[in-house]
Design a protein around this ligand. Structure first.
Ligand SMILES: NC(=O)c1ccc[n+]([C@@H]2O[C@H](COP(=O)([O-])OP(=O)(O)OC[C@H]3O[C@@H](n4cnc5c(N)ncnc54)[C@H](OP(=O)(O)O)[C@@H]3O)[C@@H](O)[C@H]2O)c1
Length: 319
């Protein structure tokens, strides 16, 4: 199988249709195992590595506050080969308890960009994404700060994450009007069990020629088929290790859907993880699926479907 690459939205930047998500690096995945996963991904041709200042142990504290371990691990692991990777990180989630230790103010963005550069041991970030909309900060302030980082050579492209379509439309309008950098991509959740983005975000990104990086293509592991009920959590799985957000998927309806998808996957000689990922990759408008591999073989599994063409007979069954 060969990795597929395409332009990130309207940019000339070529990105692989599989990106490596590193939300669990330094959290449940230790440094050595993280480095093995990163190696497997780069060897397979994945060229996008997605992280955030927030990713690390602090995600699991009662009062959530980023501690930067994921960026630090990537910085060390990429030594000597940084230039072959499209390094994407994010800003906006809490990095301390102070009122200005979060959000998208100029104050916070400028400080956090420096911190991310230091942790990642690099002079530039390829894709700097705002993690979520900040209703406290005017968008022109955020876009001006991001544009300045681009002018300083510290950032190559800017993107948004978890924005509604109207928030992206407003941002693009402000960038046009004030001649500021535009968000070139959106990062949003998308998988067989969570398809909200089809209503507004996906058509908006297609219409504006923005890249669409989709996260949790396997519903945080629910679509790998390892869970059969909310009370039966396999040892070592994310749910057993304490991830809270996966529990949103533990509904009777979803367990029933997963059983149906498992059957369909078997009929097409792929496993359920590959089936779920293959579906996402075949949806028009999706630029890259950010996979949260927790073992190197998850990469190998994913790569096998990176150029899988969704069979016509299945199309009708998944509407
Ligand atoms: N912008 C945002 O707000 C946001 C939010 C969430 C995620 N993200 C990004 O998206 C990335 C991926 O998110 P995600 O981790 O939720 O993605 P995911 O790919 O839906 O879930 C990953 C989990 O699925 C299981 N898995 C993956 N491949 C498998 C395989 N071949 N066989 C069996 N199980 C498999 C593993 O579970 P086990 O570990 O339990 O085995 C793995 O931890 C994150 O790392 C982050 O970079 C961004």
């Amino acid at each position: 199988m060969r990795m597929k690459y395409s332009n990130l939205g309207r940019t000339g930047l070529q990105v692989s249709n599989l990106s490596l998500g590193t939300m669990a690096f330094g959290r449940w995945i230790d440094e050595e195992a993280s480095a093995d996963i990163l190696d497997a991904a780069l060897e397979a041709g994945v060229n996008v590595v997605d992280t955030a200042n927030f990713y690390g142990k602090g995600q699991d504290e009662v009062v959530k506050c980023g501690t930067g371990e994921s960026e630090e691990i990537i910085g060390r692991a990429l030594k000597g080969r940084r230039h072959s990777v499209v390094l994407a990180t994010k800003v906006g989630l809490p990095m301390g308890q102070g009122v200005n230790d979060r959000g998208l103010s100029r104050f916070h963005i400028m400080r956090e960009a420096e911190q991310s550069l230091r942790r990642l041991q690099t002079d530039y970030i390829d894709l700097y994404q705002v993690h979520r909309f900040d209703e406290r900060t005017p968008l022109d302030e955020t876009l001006t700060a991001l544009t300045e980082l681009v002018k300083q050579g510290k950032v190559r492209y800017i993107g948004c994450s978890n924005f509604a379509a109207w928030q992206m439309a407003k941002s693009n309008g402000i960038s046009d009007m004030l001649k500021l950098e535009h968000f070139v991509s959106s990062q949003s959740q998308y998988n067989l069990l969570s398809r909200e983005l089809e209503r507004e975000i996906l058509p908006f990104c297609q219409s504006e020629n923005m890249g669409l990086l989709v996260y949790s293509p396997m519903a945080r592991g629910m679509l790998s088929g390892k869970y059969t009920s909310a009370g039966d959590l396999p040892e070592g799985s994310r749910a057993a290790l304490g991830e809270e957000l996966i529990r949103q998927y533990f509904t009777d309806e979803n367990f029933e859907q997963v059983a149906i998808y498992r059957q369909l996957a078997e009929e097409h000689s792929v496993n359920l993880s590959q089936f779920s990922l293959g579906w996402v990759l075949n949806q028009p408008g999706v630029t890259s699926a950010i996979i949260g591999a927790s073992k190197p073989h998850h990469i190998t599994d994913a790569v096998k479907v990176s150029d899988w063409l969704w069979p016509d007979d299945l199309q009708e069954q998944i509407r």
